[in-house]
Write a protein that binds this ligand. Sequence first.
Ligand SMILES: Nc1nc2c(ncn2[C@@H]2O[C@H](COP(=O)(O)OP(=O)(O)OP(=O)(O)O)[C@@H](O)[C@H]2O)c(=O)[nH]1
Ligand SMILES: [Mg+2]
Length: 220
Amino acid sequence: MEIKVGQNILAANDAVAADNRAAFGRSIFAVNLMSSPGAGKTTLLERTIDYLKDRLSLAVIEGDIATSFDADRIRRHGTTAVQINTGGGCHLDAQMVQRALCALDLTDLHLLLIENVGNLVCPAEFDLGEAAKIALVSVTEGDDKPLKYPALFRDARVFLINKIDLLPYTDCDLHRLRSAALSINPGLTVFEVSCRSGAGLQDWFSWLEGETHRWRGRDE
Ligand SMILES: Nc1nc2c(ncn2[C@@H]2O[C@H](COP(=O)(O)OP(=O)(O)OP(=O)(O)O)[C@@H](O)[C@H]2O)c(=O)[nH]1
Ligand SMILES: [Mg+2]
């Protein structure tokens, strides 16, 4: 019985996700950024906005259990942000995103960046209507995380490894971390970055800009 309830919830979510996907069409490239708390999602978005805001039209949806701290951070970088508070829920769902879309002007929007609630488990289960899921892990979390939380990596397009500036202070084996994720999903595009030093970020910016243009049918 419990399983059936879970299936119904996911089916209802998928129906709304399909509506969101239709609203985005081929005009808006929507990405769903997922990681554990504190891995660096908002910092990555701040750096990404600084690079892309004069090149693309962007907006951000922030998912958190409480506070508007992250949306406030994004707005300080000159980009529109809508904060969703789940009030305890450990992930965003498609209906929350649908409501947030009402607060955004979708006309002429190229790229929608959605920061999910910090959690490696539940966000992976809920389709939001995004075109690409991005999984992020920081080196301080341990190189076993992909094997312990495989669902997040199975459907992701990109695996971002963050905080590589801290590698000398951890026992993280970068090769092991990367291989673990690729053993779950060999199609992952992997970027090793530091949102603190800026190392590796240009490759991520180029990927995101290129994929946004490709989605919109332009190869600039
Ligand atoms: N050393 C180092 N610190 C980083 C890096 N990226 C982010 N941080 C720090 O990590 C902390 C958490 O970063 P956030 O961007 O708030 O993390 P988050 O994933 O958005 O966190 P939640 O929204 O709470 O899940 C902050 O103190 C950042 O300054 C990095 O590449 N290197
Ligand atoms: Mg955040």
